[in-house]
Ligand binder design. Sequence first.
Ligand code: XMP
Length: 320
Amino acid sequence: DWTMAAFKDQAIAKIRQQVGKGKVICGLSGGVDSSVVAALIHEAIGDQLTCVYVDHGLMRLGESEQVVSVFRDRFNINLVHKDASDLFLGRLAGMTDPEQKRKTIGGLFIDVFEEEAKRIGGADFLAQGTLYPDVIESVSFIGGPSVTIKSHHNVGGLPERMNMKLVEPLRELFKDEVRELGRELGLPDEMVGRHPFPGPGLAIRIPGQEITRDKLEILKKADAIYLEEIRNAGLYDAIWQAFTVLLPVRTVGVMGDSRSYDYACALRAVTSTDGMTADFYPFDMAFLGRVANRIINECKGINRVTYDVTSKPPGTIEWE
Ligand code: XMP
């Protein structure tokens, strides 16, 4: 009978056979898939693997530090942590259009990754966290709908451009199986169970307005409070994705004896099985009130909190 431990052993044997004495490079994003790929390949070939974490400065609070501490310190994986936030934020300055943001971030990401790969002397193989649904989707999309709602960035053209072969050890797995494999490999629970996070990161959670370091700081703090309350209430695993959106509107409020004029934010939480359709999560009002109070009290810059009750369709999960 089929167990994840057996799958792991087979996958490791396959990786060793494919790679031989070659060098492998893996782009880490902090997400479940790339984390599991990195841990698995490291178990198979150790120091023949180098991971590159391109830090665009648009991650959630504390997440970059966690990636580095888990992979470099705990797993002892060769890890390049490239802080490219100045480059990304510089290029995004003044930009407000969602598609332009996505294309800019996706393009820069590939440039920085390629540069770091060259710096370590290149590699023979590129590791990718392609899952079974991705394999099916790319086939079924041939001749499929040509309407792009949002251009999801990926590293599609990279292997050819860099003349590398692909290592894709998760190609036969579904998401829940990837999580199980991650646990089998000893990855921390909060990494294995993490909600999906978009490649362009917090850039698309500051919609319709210019992205600045100040706004990112405010958003990160509000988002961390929201997620902490969700975890404390034991709701994290029942929710597909939850996050805060910093809105491009300032509203009037009262703070003590004086008038405030600060940003409004929206809380989003949805249930879903694949991200294609989604329902808003039916929190109770007391929970929402508690989160709103904490955000307004603890996040300088926000004085109003709303809850998004839009399902997908007609809405999308992200706001842009
Ligand atoms: P939407 O907003 O289209 O999101 O309902 C569906 C899922 O995709 C994620 N998402 C992205 N992921 N690059 C990504 O890697 C992107 O540009 C992007 N846009 C949305 C979103 O977080 C949700 O899980």
